[in-house]
Design a protein around this ligand. Structure first.
Ligand SMILES: NC(=O)c1ccc[n+]([C@@H]2O[C@H](COP(=O)([O-])OP(=O)(O)OC[C@H]3O[C@@H](n4cnc5c(N)ncnc54)[C@H](OP(=O)(O)O)[C@@H]3O)[C@@H](O)[C@H]2O)c1
Length: 369
């Protein structure tokens, strides 16, 4: 589905990093969006993209953008009506706000605004209606543009299989232990000396995100327009986050207490029959299947399952009884696609087909005419 307009020019903020490169690859031939600016820190600005970063991905080197000159990360240096942000949270705070203030829509991977009361923490398949908070965000902050966040890369693997269980049964408590890939730490990330043949049982600032974000995502949007607000879900989540020697793919072991103590069969049926909000919208980055349940005893595995459906599928396996909380299972997803770049692009596609980006595009066309 398109609006009949031309493609929307986009800026990739943090284009030289691990997630930024994924953005390039995803957006290089996108039906709605076209890359207009690659932006990064002052260390990279002014250099050709191929001289500013080490390309980590397969396929065409630099996604064909090796000769594009990197801009500074500001709406003056890289003006676009739409920005994809792969910035670290500390720099994202001011840069993303400057873009939103300038009239741009920012689709962000950073944690900076995720838990703000007027920012949608979006997974289009689960809480697409949360986009309805944007009018309030714009009114409250005096922005013409807006910020839309996607969740932490472990949260999405946890909350995706929980969503159907919450809808059908209701959740009372969750306990989860993650086994997170090295690429989740950016580049160069964890040193080989530290991670080779090892498990690191701590990831800085990660557990509070995994414990709090699911409650916002599974919460409800109340009211409309400038009066809209979120009502969070209320159940305890206890998370332990670890780093393991895997390149791509976060695996998470989950135990969950559900209302009414449903059987394993009922839980599997609930996951398999989950109808994503995106069904029928024709979003280019939406996976053919959002949530798959494997009945193989030794799946999901990062090496075998993480790339399925362009890295946008969540695969669940080993659904079985838990003697403490009732049900336990394993979930896996691609941290730099489903947990980062792919998630942001999917959010932007949803906003596009819902018509939320049209004003930003018109405003930009007026400014640059
Ligand atoms: N990796 C994942 O699996 C993952 C998943 C979900 C969310 N995220 C989030 O996505 C963001 C990016 O992560 P990453 O793994 O891609 O990190 P990364 O590889 O370290 O890349 C960071 C990017 O930010 C730029 N940058 C750094 N300081 C800057 C500044 N002062 N001004 C402007 N740009 C600056 C860097 O540019 P230079 O090259 O010029 O330094 C680089 O392009 C983080 O917020 C992270 O938490 C990551």
């Amino acid at each position: 589905m398109t609006t009949g307009r031309g493609k929307i020019p986009v800026a990739i903020l943090g284009a030289t990093g691990v997630v930024g490169q994924r953005f390039l690859k995803r957006l290089a031939d996108h039906p709605f969006f076209e890359i207009a600016y690659l932006a990064a820190s002052d260390r990279s600005a002014g250099k050709k993209y191929k001289d500013a970063c080490l390309w980590h991905l397969g396929g065409e080197p630099f996604a064909g953008y090796g000769d594009m000159v990197v801009s500074a990360c500001s709406p003056d240096s890289a003006p676009a009506p739409l920005a994809f942000s792969a910035l670290d949270a500390d720099v994202a705070v001011s840069i993303e706000a400057a873009y939103a203030k300038s009239g741009a829509f920012v689709f962000s991977n950073a944690s900076a605004y995720r838990m703000e009361e007027d920012v949608p923490l979006l997974i289009p398949e689960i809480n697409s209606d949360h986009l309805g908070i944007l009018e309030r965000q714009q009114a409250r902050r005096g922005w013409k543009g807006a910020i839309v966040a996607n969740p932490n890369c472990t949260t999405v693997m946890l909350v995706s299989p929980l969503a159907p269980l919450d809808r059908i049964f209701g959740i009372e408590a969750v306990m989860a232990t993650s086994m997170q890939a090295i690429s989740g730490a950016g580049y160069p990330g964890v040193s080989a000396m530290d991670i080779q043949g090892n498990v690191i049982p701590h990831i800085k600032k990660e557990e509070p995100k995994v414990e709090s974000e699911p409650l916002k995502i599974l919460g409800r949007l109340l009211g409309t327009g400038v009066s809209a607000s979120f009502a969070s879900s209320h159940f305890p989540v206890s998370a332990t986050c670890t780093r393991v020697p895997v390149i791509e793919g976060h695996t998470i072991a989950v135990s969950v207490k559900l209302k009414g103590n449903p059987s394993v069969e009922d839980v599997v049926a609930a996951m398999k029959s989950f109808e994503p909000d995106t069904a029928g919208l024709g979003l280019p980055s939406a996976p053919e299947r959002f949530l798959a349940v494997s009945d193989q005893a030794d799946r999901p595995q990062p090496r075998k399952d993480v790339e399925i459906d362009g890295g946008m599928r969540i695969t669940v396996g080993r659904v079985r009884p838990c003697p403490i909380l009732g049900i336990k299972f394993i979930a896996l997803g691609h941290n730099t696609e489903r947990g980062a770049a792919g998630a942001s692009v999917l959010n932007a596609e949803l906003a596009y087909v819902k018509g939320a980006l049209a004003l930003a595009q018109e405003e930009y066309e007026r400014r640059t005419a």
